[in-house]
Design a protein around this ligand. Structure first.
Ligand code: RIB
Ligand code: CA
Length: 320
């Protein structure tokens, strides 16, 4: 049986613990040709995120992976980070060795433009951090909106409460102006919202199962998610942690796990109280054409099982 060609993916990311799991899932999945990591401020500072991305590439035995540093702050808003959620380093209790690999000289915004414009219709942009890099790339090269195969974005809170303010989800709240630029760009945009990913959880039992495999990958996942699970227990009373970013990434090759609907979406930019709230026009009252495919249902159980299997496969492959 001929397998489809791997999806060429650029991952725009703010690693961060769940971002780290998305990077490992991309490296573990034969359906993905991971072209590059473009790094953005968010869960931690840009410098911390670049260090973490390089260390994760080393952990995944991909010291050749292109890592490009992007924007270190939002377009207009003061920077926000989430060290309470992801720890002082951004990777929880995990401490990864720094390899020899360095970030490339090219700015992440330039990398996004170059990679996507060089192969129109071929590159899937998966954005799992604040959208500052993506927004600037669209402003510098508006043709990006038509050249990208699709953009999958983890962010927004629609019917669920926010996870950074009562209404807003972190990636949108951290740079709401960038999010609005992306939403109004005409880019084919699929949104995997907090409404869905909050319920895509890894439990301590899942982590114990991985640890039984032995080796550096399960050890990293255990040390990173132990911090992350403690945060979710404190913050939400949950016995597990939301693995938002790998769930969003997986839409690139397991779209059948999701049910989606077309929707017009805009971001609240005016009020301090509701800043960053993603407003979906589910009743069509705005008269605006849909600009987003929004994930409304997701088979979290199947995804988590597949994610664990991929992490075990990766652990076995790297231990061989
Ligand atoms: O709100 C969750 C999102 O914000 C995830 O991408 C997490 O890594 C943070 O970036
Ligand atoms: Ca993220």
């Amino acid at each position: 049986m001929n397998l489809p060609a791997p999806r060429r993916v650029v991952l725009d990311t703010d690693p961060g613990i769940d971002d780290a799991l998305a990077i490992l899932l991309a490296l573990a999945s034969p359906e993905v040709d991971l072209a590059a990591l473009s790094i953005v401020h968010g869960n931690c500072t840009l410098a911390e995120a670049v260090t973490n991305a390089l260390a994760l590439a080393e952990l995944g035995s991909r010291p050749d992976l292109v890592v490009a540093a992007g924007c270190d702050r939002p377009l207009l808003r003061p920077p926000v980070t989430a060290h309470d959620t992801h720890g002082t380093s951004g990777l929880g209790y995990a401490r990864l060795p720094r390899g020899a690999a360095q970030a490339v000289e090219e700015h992440a915004v330039e990398l996004l433009i170059r990679e996507i414009m060089a192969a129109p219709g071929e590159v899937t942009l998966v954005a799992v951090g604040p959208l500052t890099n993506v927004a600037l790339a669209l402003r510098k090269e508006p043709r990006l909106a038509r050249a990208v195969r699709e953009c999958i974005f983890m962010g927004g809170a629609f019917r669920a409460e926010g996870n950074i303010t009562p209404l807003a989800e972190f990636n949108v709240y951290a740079d709401p102006h960038a999010a609005q630029i992306v939403l109004s760009s005409g880019m084919p945009l699929t949104i995997m919202p907090w409404d869905i990913t909050r319920d895509v959880r890894l439990t301590l039992a899942d982590v114990e199962r991985l640890l039984a495999r032995g080796g550096p990958i399960p050890r990293f996942i255990a040390e990173a998610t132990r911090y992350y699970i403690e945060f979710h227990q404190r913050e939400f009373g949950w016995a597990g942690c939301s693995i938002n970013d790998p769930a969003a990434l997986a839409l690139a090759w397991w779209p059948d796990l999701a049910q989606m609907r077309d929707l017009y979406v805009e971001v609240e930019l005016a009020s301090e109280l509701t800043l960053g709230k993603t407003v979906g026009d589910s009743g069509g009252r705005s008269g605006r054409a849909p600009n987003v495919r929004l994930v409304e249902r997701f088979d979290a159980t199947t995804f988590v099982a597949r994610f664990l299997q991929r992490m075990e496969d990766l652990a076995d492959r790297l231990a061989a």
